[in-house]
Write a protein of this length. Structure first.
Length: 323
């Protein structure tokens, strides 16, 4: 059996920002890869570095104040070495992003049809207006928007959050990218619509064999929709490996805490499990393991030494002194 081709290879990526309060290390020396046709989940609480990682990959960070070290290889291209103009050519065409807030991500003053047509014409300069409109309607139908010929004239405020998210997905897949990055794609949607959107993304991914990165804090979404998972905390990778193994038998106490926090069949009056405390302030990182201030398993070594991300006995990687 042939191994899947690696299409994205992130090596020792760090992203830091100079602020009035000090240096913020938002992403701290992380490495991972994404294979062709694979869905990778990046899981963690707010502030863990998930979205900054994506912004670095997409070339969306303003430098300065951002400082990026390490390498990001897309196919044979090192994204950290190319010009903003070259990155703009790749963005949308070969690597595409779905933002987490569907309504505010669309221009409220322009119809959704106009926005789709403009996206198509920017990357295909010879495309006529009539052909762009025809393609826009086809894309809206592809993402299962009913009455696409009429809805193409709608403004974002005339559509539901779920429909706006479908428009964003249509924009993201319009140029048939190699990689689709979905950054918290269901955050603002109700549970039923969340399921519909994820089913749609999986259907589109399977149809085109594109690769996908799913950024989320929702373990349920990761469990149902990804093959590999990274667990991030305070800018570092805490655990990495096959999703099924991580969900069924987590190696890291932080991952275990996230799983224990999932609401289950609670008895009346029984409290939900929560990880006590808050993530560290990135300008004042604790010595040792970044999680030790919240970890019930901590020992003296955890307070004094930063654990390395190392291979466990079942091929997973875990950054815990005791895994």
């Amino acid at each position: 059996m042939n191994e899947q081709k690696i299409i994205l290879d992130v090596k020792n990526l760090s992203v830091q920002f100079k602020t009035l309060h000090g240096l913020v290390k938002a992403v701290n020396d992380i490495s991972f890869d994404l294979k062709k046709g694979e869905t990778l989940g990046i899981l963690g609480e707010s502030g863990s570095g998930k979205s900054v990682t994506v912004s670095a990959i997409m070339g969306l960070l303003e430098m300065p104040p951002a400082e990026i070290t390490g390498n990001i290889y897309f196919d044979t291209i090192n994204l950290t070495k190319i010009s903003p103009k070259e990155m703009q050519t790749l963005r949308g065409k070969r690597i595409s992003l779905i933002h987490q807030d569907p309504v505010s991500s669309l221009n409220p003053l322009l119809t959704v049809g106009y926005q789709l047509c403009e996206m198509l014409k920017v990357h295909q300069p010879g495309l006529s207006q009539s052909d762009a409109k025809k393609k826009a309607i086809e894309l809206m139908e592809k993402v299962k928007i009913p009455s696409a010929k009429e809805r193409i004239k709608s403004y974002p405020f005339e559509l539901s959050g779920g429909m706006c998210q479908r428009i964003l997905i249509a924009l993201a897949i319009s140029l048939e990218p190699d990689i689709l990055i979905a950054d918290e794609p269901t955050t603002a949607l109700d549970v039923t619509v969340q399921s519909q959107i994820m089913d749609l993304l999986q259907e589109l991914k399977s149809y085109s064999n594109m690769s996908m990165i799913l950024i989320t804090h929702d373990i349920g979404l990761v469990a149902e929709n990804t093959t590999e998972t990274l667990v991030m905390y305070a800018g570092k990778i805490f655990e990495k490996g096959p999703t099924e193994k991580i969900i069924s038998n987590p190696n890291h106490p932080y991952t275990q805490g996230l799983i224990d926090s999932i609401p289950r069949d609670q008895k009346k009056g029984e409290k939900l499990f929560v990880i006590e405390g808050s993530p560290p302030v990135l300008t004042k990182m604790p010595k040792g393991c970044p999680f030790h201030t919240r970890c019930k398993m901590k020992k003296e070594i955890c307070v004094n030494e930063i654990p390395l991300l190392k291979q466990s006995n079942d091929s997973r990687l875990s950054a815990c002194h005791f895994s």
